[in-house]
Design a protein around this ligand. Structure first.
Ligand code: GGG
Length: 422
């Protein structure tokens, strides 16, 4: 079986040296590009900044930058292609409203069919191919014909680990017009972000089996918690909490996990001392689950390990309308490699091909991607357009009790989208 090879450092360096894309055009006004205040970018970095910017024109004060981004699309399986179509439609709509932004998308058919034909979820040089893009958009992975643990490990986890996307951001935000199952709670109570460690922990993929298929069968699944890995995710969370002016909750299970949990908690104590201005606490994961339901308003930034962050983000999604509202960014904060954006939901084979999937998580993730690429103003504009359509309440997919199709809801949101400058 072919296992994708993570790119070497030199792949990425040569990619940066060969940044292609942007051309310059001049229009009627000078364009300011924000780069700092996206939820995605508390740590400034160099990759994915707009490239080949200025050139003088006859009139010195009418320079406009064209930022041209190459986006790899991995539509995947099930409803993945449908929600990826929505993501592409959004990129086109943004370009139409803002000629300073262009997106070159390229579809890579790495999914269950690809696996069945080739024996691997991506080609041997898949990571080298992906490294040439500015960002990756993933629809959904999962097909009954391929064991999930193989599909996920060979594609999603290979990309997260190979591109050192050690931050998985998952906003949990109740939008106006969406009902929460929590009584007497509203959007002001449910607005947080989960910062999930995304490269090691319980999903490191280390382990093995013994005596397979026999009554003596044994499986070992090893969690890997490195000081470097725990420090950097907690530090990312603290920077984000500071930037947002919100409290931070570190989530672990130090009373039962007497090695990894104790390491995590010790590092939390060290790092929290460096951020006296950030209100922070340390919660056991079971207590965190309880408090999320009973006191969601107390949470701002939640930092958790790979497994705990994954579980809590599904709980969080349930509080804000379901998986149709769960967007996600897999970030390589240093921007040495491309980051990857995806709806949290899976391939939902029961509704695949029926044009009924809720496109919000996909559109939101696309907004996060544009924010990460340097335009947080567009990220906010996308969330506003989604919220306007939901608040209006006329066009809703079946998961929200409506009858609209994926395409109809996507069109309604894109029709409501306004340029942030307007
Ligand atoms: N939309 C991406 C997808 O298909 N995710 C499936 C999944 O189970 N992912 C596990 C994870 O995010 O760790």
């Amino acid at each position: 079986m072919n296992v994708p090879t993570p790119p070497t450092q030199s792949d990425s360096e040569s990619d940066q040296a060969n940044n292609r894309g942007s051309t310059l055009a001049t229009y009627g006004s000078r364009l300011a590009i924000e780069s700092k205040d996206s939820i995605l970018s508390p740590i400034a970095s160099s990759r994915s900044r707009p490239r080949s910017i200025g050139a003088a024109t006859e009139s010195a004060d009418v320079i406009v930058t064209i930022s041209d981004y190459r986006i790899a699309l991995l539509p995947g399986d099930g409803i993945g292609p449908e929600v990826t179509e929505s993501a592409c439609a959004l990129l086109n709509a943004i370009s139409a409203l803002d000629p300073s932004l262009t997106f070159q998308t390229e579809e890579l058919p790495w999914n269950a069919e690809f696996y069945l034909a080739s024996g691997a979820m991506m080609p041997a040089d898949g990571m080298t191919i992906l490294a040439q893009f500015d960002a990756i958009f993933l629809g959904a992975i999962g097909d009954m014909r391929v064991p999930d643990h193989i599909a996920l490990r060979q594609l999603i986890f290979a990309i997260r680990q190979g591109f050192n996307q050690y931050v998985n951001l998952r906003p949990i935000k109740l939008l106006h017009g969406v009902e929460t199952p929590l009584r007497d709670r509203g959007p002001e109570d449910l607005d947080m972000v989960i910062v999930r460690e995304n490269s090691e922990g319980e999903y490191s993929g280390i382990g093995g089996t013994l005596f397979g298929g026999s009554v003596d069968e044994v499986a070992l699944q090893t969690s890997v918690f490195s000081r470097r890995g725990v420090e950097r995710i907690l530090r990312y969370g603290f920077e984000l909490a500071r930037a947002k002016g919100r409290p931070l909750s570190s989530v672990s299970k130090g009373n039962a996990q007497n090695f990894s949990g104790v390491l995590w908690d010790g590092i939390f104590n060290e790092i929290s001392a460096e951020y006296p201005d950030v209100t922070s606490n340390n919660l056991l994961v079971d207590a965190a689950a309880l408090h999320l339901v009973q006191h969601p308003e107390k949470f701002g930034v939640i930092v958790a390990s790979n497994l705990f962050g994954d579980i809590l983000s599904d709980l969080g999604a349930a509080l804000v309308g379901g998986l149709g509202f769960a967007a996600s960014a897999n970030l390589n904060p240093e921007r040495t490699f491309p980051s990857m954006f995806e709806p949290v939901h899976g391939s939902a084979p029961d509704i695949a091909g029926k044009d009924v999937a809720n496109p919000v998580a996909s559109l939101w993730a696309t907004g996060m991607m544009v924010g990460h690429l340097g335009r947080p103003d567009w990220e906010r504009a996308v969330i506003s357009a989604i919220e306007d359509v939901l608040a209006e309440g006329r066009i809703r997919t079946p998961d929200l009790g409506g009858h609209a199709t994926t395409k109809e809801m996507t069109s309604a949101i894109l029709g409501t989208l306004r340029s942030p400058e307007a």
